[in-house]
Design a protein around this ligand. Structure first.
Ligand SMILES: [Zn+2]
Ligand SMILES: [Zn+2]
Length: 314
């Protein structure tokens, strides 16, 4: 493989040219305008002729792009729990970007640090040591969390196409928004219904569906495994995030592709990855070790203790 040397990459920016851009100088509230603007634009749902095709788009794009985050950003780029081709790796990155939740390497770097510092003062989205608002969305809108942590992404910074996409992460989302207009038209809609419901509403639902894992899944649910953080297993969150709600399982053992460790812990992202495996698109799918599933751990009604209380406020 070829590409940019990770050693040549700065810690904070993939391209030095944009390191002191005028955008960086803007206060947080100005930089948050696009995020809140997408929320406000959802009001167009009430002023647009919405057809069945637009609702189908809304649901489909929620599920497909949620997989881009869970199967792509999380289980592939952050934890490398399975392998795939360089082409499909780019497809996963593109899919994740289309959710407008920043780039794959920005996401993976921050997520690796979340596991390292979980629910301590250094965890930028802990609902324990920060506020629930900070954990849910506040941390994303804070420009101090804008840099990509290239120093812990040397495994990915060797791929120039990923570094490029990480910089221009908003492009897939914008193109998808335009595509929604034409898909709606082709499906008998007005076009604008596709943009309003298919793209904007779906994107906002996707935002908050995804964000629950940082906020609610460290607050509500059972703890099967004793961990040093407050992670929980929550079936409701597993539904809306295609399996990410088994967060205590995941914090206890991060190397498995599946996060629902038992058959009753539905994990749609895992089922999709297994299906892709059947067709040879992905391979080396990692399972949790058998000893983790042993009876002594199978106490979903119990609240496993936290073995190391965080130092922050509770
Ligand atoms: Zn993780
Ligand atoms: Zn967590």
């Amino acid at each position: 493989m070829s590409g940019a040397s990770s050693a040549s990459l700065p810690v904070t920016r993939p391209n030095g040219a944009s390191a002191t851009s005028w955008i960086d100088a803007l206060p947080n509230w100005v930089r948050a305008i696009p995020f809140f603007g997408i929320h406000a634009a959802c009001i167009t749902v009430f002023f647009t002729s919405v057809h069945l095709v637009d609702w189908i788009l809304c649901f489909s794009l929620y599920v497909i792009r949620m997989f881009g985050i869970t199967g792509g950003y999380h289980r592939y780029f952050s934890h490398k729990t399975y392998k795939t081709s360089r082409l499909f790796q780019f497809v996963l990155a593109w899919l994740g970007c289309s959710s407008l939740q920043k780039g794959p390497l920005w996401w993976a770097g921050h997520h690796r640090l979340h596991h390292k510092y979980s629910d301590t003062d250094e965890d930028v989205h802990s609902p324990i040591t920060k506020t629930v608002w900070d954990a849910h969305v506040g941390w994303i809108l804070d420009k101090k969390n804008d840099p990509t942590h290239w120093n812990i992404l040397k495994d990915w910074s060797v791929y120039p196409e990923l570094v490029w996409l990480n910089t221009w992460h908003w492009i897939p989302g914008i193109l998808l928004g335009v595509a929604c207009y034409f898909i709606s038209l082709a499906g008998g809609g007005t076009g604008w219904g596709g943009v309003s419901v298919g793209f904007l509403l779906s994107t906002v639902l996707l935002y908050h569906g995804t964000f629950t894992i940082n906020s609610l899944s460290h607050l509500f649910g059972n703890r099967r495994y004793e961990t040093t953080d407050r992670s929980r297993n929550n079936p409701w969150l597993a539904i809306i995030t295609l399996g990410e709600g088994w967060h205590n399982n995941h914090h206890h053992y991060q190397n498995a592709t599946r996060q629902g460790f038992f058959w009753w812990e539905f994990d749609v992202s895992y089922y999709i990855i297994k299906t892709l495996g059947i067709f040879g698109v992905v391979w080396d799918i990692k399972e949790p070790p058998k000893e983790l599933l042993a009876k002594k751990y199978r106490t979903p009604k119990n609240l496993a203790p936290i073995s190391n209380e965080p130092s922050g406020k509770t």
